[in-house]
Design a binder for this molecule. Structure first.
Ligand code: ADP
Ligand code: MG
Length: 257
C-alpha cells in the first residue's frame, strides 16, 4: 500500500513538473539573434548569435567594452532596429518582423527608454516632456497629468515643472527622462548608459531613482553600462564581447529567476 502511494506521488510530481514550470515567464526572450551591417563592400557581423531570457521584473545589466554590441542589442530589444536573423520576443510575441505601425505600438505602449543623451524635446517644458508619451499613445488622457506630476515629484523635480531642458542641469534632464520613460507604466524599461554623461554624484542619484521606480512599478529593466559598480546593483550581468555573450551570471542568482 505504502509503495503504491509513493509510486503515485512520484508520477504526480513528474507530471506537474512537466506542465508547470517554476520560473517566471520571460518578459524578453532573445533567440538566435544576429545583426550584420554592410560597411562599404563587406558585411560586418555585430551580433553573432545571442540567446537569453529576461524574466518579468528582473533588473539585468548588459556589460562589455565599447564596440562590443551593447547599443545594437538594446536597439533590437526596443524594436528600433531589425535583426538580420533570429527573434526578439516581448511578452511572448515576436517583434522582430512586425510592420512599422505595429512596432510603433509596441514601442509606445510596452517600452520606456532612457538614453545617455536624455533626448528631451527642447521646445517643451519638463512637465510637457513627461506628458508627451501620454498624448501620443495613451487611450485615455484622464489621469495623464496626475501621473506626470507624481513621477516628477518622485524624481525630486516638483519645482522645475515649467523649466525647459536648456534651463536644467544634466542630472535634472535625465531625471525628467526617467519620469517620461515610466509615465505610461510600460512593462519594460531599457536604459543605454543613462549615467554616462553625468558626474558620479549625479550619476548615482539617477541610478538610485531608476532603481526605486523599477521596484515600485515592478518593471523589467535592462541597463546597458560599462561601469562595473553600477552593474553590481543588477540582479544579473550579461557580458558581451565582439557580439557574443562571454558571461551571464544568472545561474549564480537563482533567487531572481
Ligand atoms: N551603423 C553602423 N555602421 C557601421 N558600424 C556600426 C554601425 N553600428 C554599429 N557599428 C559597429 O558595431 C559595433 C558595435 O557597436 P555598438 O552596438 O554601438 O557597441 P557598444 O554600444 O557596445 O559600444 C562597433 O564596432 C560599431 O563600430
Ligand atoms: Mg553603446
Amino acid at each position: 500500500m505504502r509503495k503504491e502511494t509513493s509510486l503515485i506521488d512520484t508520477q504526480t510530481e513528474v507530471k506537474s513538473g512537466a506542465e508547470a514550470p517554476t520560473a517566471r515567464p520571460a518578459m524578453i526572450k532573445v533567440a538566435g539573434l544576429h545583426k550584420s551591417i554592410r560597411n562599404g563592400a563587406r558585411m560586418v557581423d555585430i551580433l553573432k548569435g545571442l540567446d537569453f531570457e529576461i524574466p518579468t521584473g528582473q533588473f539585468a545589466a548588459i556589460m562589455g567594452s565599447s564596440g562590443s554590441g551593447k547599443s545594437t542589442l538594446l536597439g533590437l530589444l526596443a524594436g528600433l532596429d531589425t535583426p538580420s536573423s533570429g527573434d526578439v520576443f516581448v511578452n511572448g510575441t515576436s517583434i522582430s518582423y512586425l510592420p512599422e505601425d505595429k512596432l510603433a505600438q509596441v514601442r509606445g505602449r510596452s517600452i520606456g527608454f532612457v538614453f545617455q543623451s536624455y533626448q528631451l524635446i527642447p521646445t517643451l517644458t519638463a512637465f510637457e516632456n513627461v506628458l508627451l508619451p501620454y498624448e501620443l499613445n495613451a487611450e485615455s488622457q484622464s489621469d495623464g497629468k496626475a501621473r506626470a506630476l507624481s513621477l516628477l515629484q518622485s524624481v525630486g523635480l516638483s519645482d522645475r515643472l515649467d523649466h525647459y531642458p536648456v534651463q536644467l542641469s544634466g542630472g535634472e534632464q535625465q531625471r525628467v527622462a526617467l519620469a517620461r520613460a515610466f509615465v505610461l507604466r510600460p512593462p519594460i524599461v531599457l536604459a543605454d548608459e543613462p549615467t554616462g554623461n553625468l558626474d558620479s554624484t549625479n550619476g548615482s542619484h539617477v541610478l538610485e531613482l531608476l532603481l526605486n521606480l523599477n521596484k515600485t512599478e515592478g518593471t523589467t529593466l535592462v541597463l546597458v553600462t560599462h561601469d562595473p559598480v553600477l552593474a553590481t546593483y543588477a540582479d544579473r550581468r550579461i557580458v558581451l564581447r565582439d557580439g557574443l555573450i562571454i558571461s551571464d551570471d544568472i545561474n549564480l542568482n537563482p533567487a531572481t529567476l
